[in-house]
Design a binder for this molecule. Structure first.
Ligand code: PEP
Ligand code: MG
Length: 916
């Protein structure tokens, strides 16, 4: 059976893979009996065939003919008919929404003859010519590849000639003349006439949609959103309904809840006497949905009923596109709508409170990435009150962004490349602005509503955005804007700093300082403090609702998760912060910073020691300092485990730089100097040369260093034991663990263990308390992972060092490659994401899996965790849950994110299916 074409009436929302999101949801609405114009979907199978072969499948032509005939019979109209022509739209629609990335062509079926038929049928000549000129314009741009501006300029010229303020003011004659001109443009630019045969129009439009899957901007969007390149798009062919049939007609976009804040209540934009993309393109400023109630209360009520039905059916925020044709409502699209991070939390928690979804489902609808967005700082309200307010417009996507103004995408990209924070300012954005939006820290537009392209795309990207700032007169050519403010006209030129508040819609001249968000206050100081902090008024209410939503979902995540969450913290201060954010211990305390600063001299003395006595003396001086470091850490984590890792980096990192020192020595020699400083420099230089390594990351570091430099690990182990004994003596509950880095062979671990056991026995005897501190190992080399069974015998715990494990599995130098060529590797598709950021499951993940399985085969209760950067990465956390780790450890700031994701991982692992 062919699966190239399916009527809307035959599908359902379960078929997103085959019908794309739009097609599946149109089918679902049809099934629900909602007013959807009849149509059919060309499936993603057809697109994949086209992507593979560069041709449309031969069966497709026949199936389209059959589907069109069914449509003609249903509508009792014929494509291209002189009297009652059937017109169709052709729209893309992939499985995942890609707003504005691919193409749409409306009014297919119009030609020089059927335009007369349409005029007769509608009794409206102006309307018929408006529809025809739109077809030639859209078809010319999308299908024939003519620069869109050529048509736009001609439209502007026609408006100017007729003294019309808007396209709706052009009469039938003007539109007829414009259509003629547009057709001339087609001939001039392509050397062929605008195709008159409706079937040819349809076939070409279908191919154009298939082609648009692979445009530069669509590929860029998919890379960013991690959407696979090979799934292809579906194509929806739908009977046209007309929002441009006069003032009782119009088109709109609406949401069942506010997608920016999550506030309950219908929300949307409406444009009278308009068609299709006019609303999202932001070419005319839209009316709020409530205005529809005044224009046509029956349609408004019907629409509200449909939206309520959809929200109940999908059990989530839905967005819809609709058209009103002379007082009749038509639904053109619905989907579970994109939303900002605050809206995601609020909607999930409130739908649960309304008993429309379960708490597990609510948790599955938010993500760690969204939580981390909520932790971003916000503008300090007191400072904002004193700042120069340029204007207040629509808050489209939250955040507090400060940056230099740029007025085009290319400049945004170029300036961001050189490290500048930029705010992209446009009249309105279109899909070609994607590159600039990715580069910017915020987007500000003069036109368009909350559903304009800028708003929708920014929300999807978590990018701060303010839209519809009509007070701004933006002049991209002159690279400036002027603003009429209460205190006179202000000019802002490229490079000037502005601050935009995506939660309030305010735009300020100059920078505004930021303060912690109420969600961060909640995470560190609890619910009451955050509620009090939110202040008063409408904005406060919404912040309070958000804090309560985060609290509800995070508490549920804590109850649901199996993975414990610890923090990577090296100082008492970090440990304190981590604990406040919910860390259940320290999973990695790196001890190398304890050898820096003033202590460098001691390290130098250890390295330069001529005999054991000199080295022991230097080590003895370090001992009390290290003990103090560990005491502070253990005190902060009282009652929870603290995993202290023995020193890891190569010792030369603690010595002066080879080049600098060589220059100093050479200069001194030239001057014939013979001071004690010079002799010392000479000695150090010899040591630096001796210790120089071509690949220090693969050289004398980690356990290798501990085994080669006598007494070094011993000093650290003793400091841990003594700190433990001191705190115990004070009635505390210190729980240190000792972790050995970069082990490749079990023998290395045995040797360190022997030293540790001896020191613990000594401290036990000295202090009269049984000092038994667990000694574990980092699994961060492939050989360690592959011999985990042996290593487990000598280890009290494992912790995966996935930074080094990624480095050594891929052979990527972690200090070099990301800056050197990852951009290219991402562009050409070798990587979709840096393996240092999100665990490479196939390669590095496989090693983790092998090590866990083999180690647990000999020690079923061996505690196993991870302390590489991946411990705080959402996708990686799901993997660590699935292979049975006991904990993840990440930077303090990521702890709440990890708690949330660990909860989600536990829920999705027991077979919960996300309804989106
Ligand atoms: C690791 O390699 O993953 C790790 C945590 O250790 P470091 O980053 O200090 O090498
Ligand atoms: Mg490491």
């Amino acid at each position: 059976m062919s699966t190239y074409v399916q009527d809307f009436a035959d599908g359902s929302m379960a078929q997103k893979d085959l019908l794309g999101g739009k097609g599946a949801n149109l089918a679902e609405m049809t099934r629900l009996g909602l007013p959807v114009p009849p149509g059919f979907t060309i499936t993603t199978d057809a697109c994949r065939y086209y992507l593979r072969t560069g041709k449309v499948p031969t069966d497709l032509r026949v199936e389209v003919t059959q589907a069109i005939r069914r449509l003609e019979d249903t509508m009792n109209r014929r494509l291209g008919d002189f009297h009652e022509p059937l017109l169709v739209s052709v729209r893309s629609g992939a499985k995942f929404s890609m707003p504005g990335m691919m193409e749409t062509v409306l009014n297919i079926g119009l030609n020089d003859a059927s335009v007369q038929g349409l005029a007769e049928q509608a009794g409206d000549e102006r309307f018929a010519w408006d529809s025809y000129r739109r077809l030639v314009q859209m078809f010319g741009k999308t299908v024939l590849g003519i620069e869109g501006d050529v048509f736009a300029e001609e439209l502007d010229a026609a408006k100017a000639a007729a003294g019309a303020a808007s396209d709706t003011d052009l009469d039938a004659d003007a539109l007829r003349a414009l259509t003629v001109r547009f057709k001339e443009i087609v001939r001039e630019q392509t050397g062929r006439d605008f195709p008159q045969h409706p079937r040819e129009q349809l076939d070409l439009a279908i191919v154009a949609v298939l082609e648009s899957w692979n445009t530069e901007r669509a590929r860029l969007y998919r890379r960013r959103e991690r959407i696979p390149h090979d799934i292809g798009t579906a194509v929806n062919v739908c009977t046209m309904v007309f929002g441009n049939l006069g003032d009782r007609s119009g088109t709109g976009v609406a949401f069942t809840r506010d997608p920016a804040t999550g506030q309950p209540g219908d929300y949307g934009d409406y444009l009278r006497n308009a068609q299709g993309e006019d609303v999202v393109a932001g070419i005319r400023n839209t009316l709020p949905l409530a205005a529809l109630e005044e224009v046509d209360p029956d349609v408004y009520n019907e629409l509200r009923g449909v939206m309520r039905r959809l929200e109940m059916h999908y059990r989530d925020l839905c967005d819809v596109e609709f058209t009103v044709e002379e007082g009749k409502l038509w639904m053109l699209q619905t989907r579970v709508g994109k939303r900002t991070a605050p809206a995601a939390f609020r909607i999930a928690a409130e739908l649960e409170a309304e008993h429309l979804i379960t708490l597990d489902e609510a948790l599955m609808r938010v993500s760690g990435d969204q939580l981390s967005q909520l932790m971003f700082p916000q503008f300090d309200r007191k400072a904002a009150a004193k700042a120069t307010l340029l204007t207040r417009a629509m808050a489209a996507s939250p955040g507090a962004a400060v940056g230099r103004c740029v007025f085009d995408s290319q400049t945004a990209h170029d300036w961001a490349e050189r490290g500048e924070d930029v705010i992209l300012v446009r009249r309105e954005t279109n899909p070609d602005d994607l590159q600039g939006m990715i580069a910017a820290v915020g987007v500000l537009t003069a036109r368009g509503g909350k559903t304009s392209h800028a708003a929708v795309v920014a929300r999807g990207m978590g990018l701060t955005c303010v839209v519809g700032a009509e007070a701004l007169d933006v002049d991209p050519a002159a690279r400036r804007m002027t603003v009429d403010t209460a205190s006179g006209v202000v000019e802002v030129v490229e490079g000037d700093v502005v601050a935009i508040d995506g939660a309030t819609g305010e735009v300020f001249l100059g920078a505004v300082p930021v303060v912690p968000s109420p969600v961060t206050t909640y995470l560190t100081d609890g619910v009451d403090a955050a509620l009090a902090d939110a202040g008063e008024g409408d904005a406060a209410e919404s912040l309070q609702a958000l804090v309560l939503a985060v609290d509800r979902l995070l508490r549920h995540a804590d109850e649901a998760r199996r993975l414990r969450v610890k923090a990577n913290a090296d100082t008492g201060e970090d440990a304190h912060r981590a604990r406040a954010l919910g860390a259940e211990g320290i999973g990695l305390a790196r001890t190398e910073h304890m050898f820096l600063g003033e202590r460098r001299v001691l390290v130098e003395r250890i390295i330069l020691a001529r005999d054991d006595a000199e080295r022991d003396a230097a080590l003895a001086e370090l001992l009390p300092l290290q003990r103090q470091d560990f005491t502070e850490l253990l005190q902060e984590m009282d009652g929870l485990t603290s995993t202290i890792r023995l020193i890891d980096p190569p010792l030369h990192e603690f010595l002066p730089d080879l080049t600098e020192l060589s220059v100093r020595v050479a200069l001194a020699e030239e001057r014939g100097e013979s001071s004690p400083e010079h002799s010392h420099d000479l000695e150090v230089l010899a040591a630096v040369r001796r210790m120089h390594e071509a690949n220090p990351m693969l050289g004398l570091r980690g356990v290798r260093l501990g085994l080669v430099v006598p007494g070094l690990f011993g000093l650290q182990i003793r400091a841990v034991c003594e700190a433990w004994a001191d705190l115990r003596a004070k009635g505390k509950d210190p729980r240190p663990e000792i972790m050995v880095p970069l082990v490749a062979s079990v023998m290395e671990l045995h040797l360190v263990r022997d030293v540790a056991t001896a020191i613990m026995a000594e401290v036990s005897a000295e202090r009269g308390a049984a000092c038994e501190i667990p000694v574990g190992v980092m699994i961060e080399l492939p050989r360690a992972a592959l011999t985990a069974e042996r290593i487990a015998e000598a280890a009290d715990f494992f912790s995966f060092g996935t930074n080094d494990l990624t480095q050594t599995t891929w052979g990527f130098s972690r200090d070099d490659v990301e800056g050197a060529f990852f951009a290219q590797y991402t562009a050409n598709g070798v990587l979709t994401v840096s393996p240092f950021e999100s665990l490479d499951l196939r390669g590095v993940g496989r090693l983790v899996d092998i090590a866990v399985t083999d180690a647990r085969a000999v020690k079923p209760d061996l505690p196993i965790g991870v302390c590489g950067e991946h411990g705080g990465d959402p996708e990686s956390i799901h993997f660590f849950h699935s292979v049975g780790l006991d904990y993840v450890s990440c930077s303090p700031f990521r702890v709440p994110v990890a708690r949330l994701e660990a909860g989600r991982a536990a829920i999705s692992a027991v077979g919960h299916s996300d309804s989106r």
